[in-house]
Every structure is written in structure tokens, then in C-alpha cells.
Design a protein around this ligand. Structure first.
Ligand SMILES: CCCCCCCC/C=C\CCCCCCCC(=O)N[C@@H](COP(=O)(O)O)[C@H](O)/C=C/CCCCCCCCCCCCC
Length: 211
């Protein structure tokens, strides 16, 4: 299991995500995802196909942020404005901008909804709740509708390999079960706010169905 992972680090990144005027910093958004991916990697190779996809999307965004136009990628708001103003987004079908920042972040944004639902389910779970069931219910209510059959099947198989609730709480590395639950209660409003701000921005700009 990952020694360095801590739910607190995830919380800190999502806390740092929002600027005073409620813009979402790309830097902390992808740092939050990096933490989560390191956690997922510690769960075994059955999750590799998921973490590879997440890492490649994180990397695309990091490359934009570190690139010559990086100042436009400081926040999700500035990225959307820059890419739309400069016609850098494939809006209806994939073409000359297959890996725009907007479409790449949208994939992680949809996964953030899964995370929100899964963590809420964990927070309110009881001793006999099953992580595989919680994970799969969260997935079916969010990401699944954007995935083809083959990915849904593979994800279902991976969920069955999740550790039980007690082991899961242990690897979150945030103290006793009660402390983990308290921390989840602090993290969830932050994650939800980042999710909602991004959702509203994408909806306003008609970007929620980018190919
Ligand atoms: C606080 C600790 C507890 C929670 C720990 C959660 C750790 C989760 C870490 C990462 C989650 C993975 C994020 C996955 C992003 C998927 C993005 C996506 O939808 N990609 C698909 C579409 O991309 P394009 O083809 O359009 O470029 C792509 O096809 C997906 C491929 C891989 C399969 C994705 C399955 C997603 C399942 C999400 C649940 C992860 C379960 C982990 C359980 C700990």
C-alpha cells in the first residue's frame, strides 16, 4: 500500500484549488488527481488501465500548463476562454484538436463526480457496506453513461478487486475510522464546490458533450 498517500493531501489540494474569486487552479486540480492515482496504484495492477488513462490526461494538462501558453492554463476559466477564443477545441467531432485542455479536463471532471458520489457513500457507509457495491453504484450514476460497454465491463471487474471497507479506511491513512469519516465530511464540500463551479462553466459554454 502507498506509504505516502493521505486523504489529507487530497483535501489540501482541493482546498487550494479555488482562488478568492472562485476560479479553479489547474495546478492543484491535477495535483489532487495525482494523489488519487497514487492511491489507486497501491490497490493493484487490475487498476492499471484506469490509472494509465488518468495519468495521460493529467500529463496533457500539465504539458499545457508548463508550455509556452501556460499562463492561459492557470485556471479552468482562463483555459476555457483561451481555447474557445482561439478555436482550439473540437466542438462536435474530433478533428484538429483531439486533445484540447477543455475535452481532457472534461474527462477528469466527470470522474470527479464519481469520486464525489463514492466518497459520500463511504462517509455514510456502515460496517457491512461493500466498497465494490458503493464504487459501482457511484460509477453507474456518473462515468458509466460516458463509457462504451467494454470499458464498463472492465471497470466492473476491477471494482470486484477493491479491498473491503476496513482495509480501505486504513489506506486512506487519516487515523481512526471516525477520523476518516470526519475528514471525508470536510473534503466533500470542497470537492463538490470545485465540481459545481466547473460544471456551471462548462454548461454555460456548451462544453459538456465535447467529443
Ligand atoms: C480518497 C481515496 C478514496 C478514493 C480513491 C479513488 C482513487 C481514484 C483515482 C483515480 C480515478 C480514475 C479516474 C479515471 C478517469 C477516467 C477518465 C475517462 O473517463 N476516460 C475514458 C474516456 O477517455 P477518452 O477516450 O474520451 O479520452 C477512457 O475511455 C477510460 C479508460 C479507463 C477506464 C476508466 C474507468 C473509470 C472507473 C473510475 C473508478 C475508479 C475506481 C478506483 C477505485 C479506487
Amino acid at each position: 500500500m502507498a506509504d505516502s498517500f493521505s486523504l489529507r493531501n487530497v483535501l489540501e489540494n482541493f482546498k487550494s484549488c479555488l482562488s478568492d474569486n472562485k476560479e479553479v487552479y489547474v495546478k492543484y486540480y491535477i495535483s489532487g488527481w495525482r494523489e488519487l492515482v497514487s492511491f489507486m496504484n497501491s490497490l493493484g495492477s487490475v487498476f492499471s488501465f484506469i490509472s494509465k488513462d488518468a495519468v495521460s490526461k493529467i500529463q496533457i494538462l500539465e504539458n499545457f500548463l508548463m508550455g509556452e501558453n501556460g499562463t492561459h492554463y492557470l485556471t479552468v476559466q482562463s483555459m476555457v476562454k483561451y481555447e474557445l477564443d482561439n478555436e482550439l477545441v473540437d466542438l462536435t467531432k474530433r478533428g484538429s484538436h483531439p486533445e484540447s485542455g477543455c475535452r481532457t479536463l472534461l474527462r477528469l471532471h466527470r470522474a470527479l463526480r464519481w469520486l464525489q458520489l463514492f466518497l459520500e457513500s463511504l462517509r455514510t457507509s456502515t460496517e457491512d457496506s461493500k466498497t465494490s457495491v458503493m464504487c459501482s453504484e457511484a460509477y453507474n450514476a456518473s462515468l458509466a453513461q460516458h463509457h462504451p460497454w467494454i470499458i464498463r465491463k472492465a471497470a466492473g471487474v476491477a471494482f470486484c478487486a477493491l479491498p473491503g471497507r476496513d482495509a480501505f479506511f486504513e489506506v486512506m491513512n487519516a487515523g481512526s475510522h471516525q477520523e476518516v469519516i470526519t475528514l471525508l465530511g470536510e473534503a466533500l464540500p470542497l470537492i463538490s464546490e470545485v465540481y459545481q463551479i466547473t460544471e456551471d462553466l462548462y454548461a454555460k459554454n456548451k462544453l459538456l458533450d465535447l467529443p
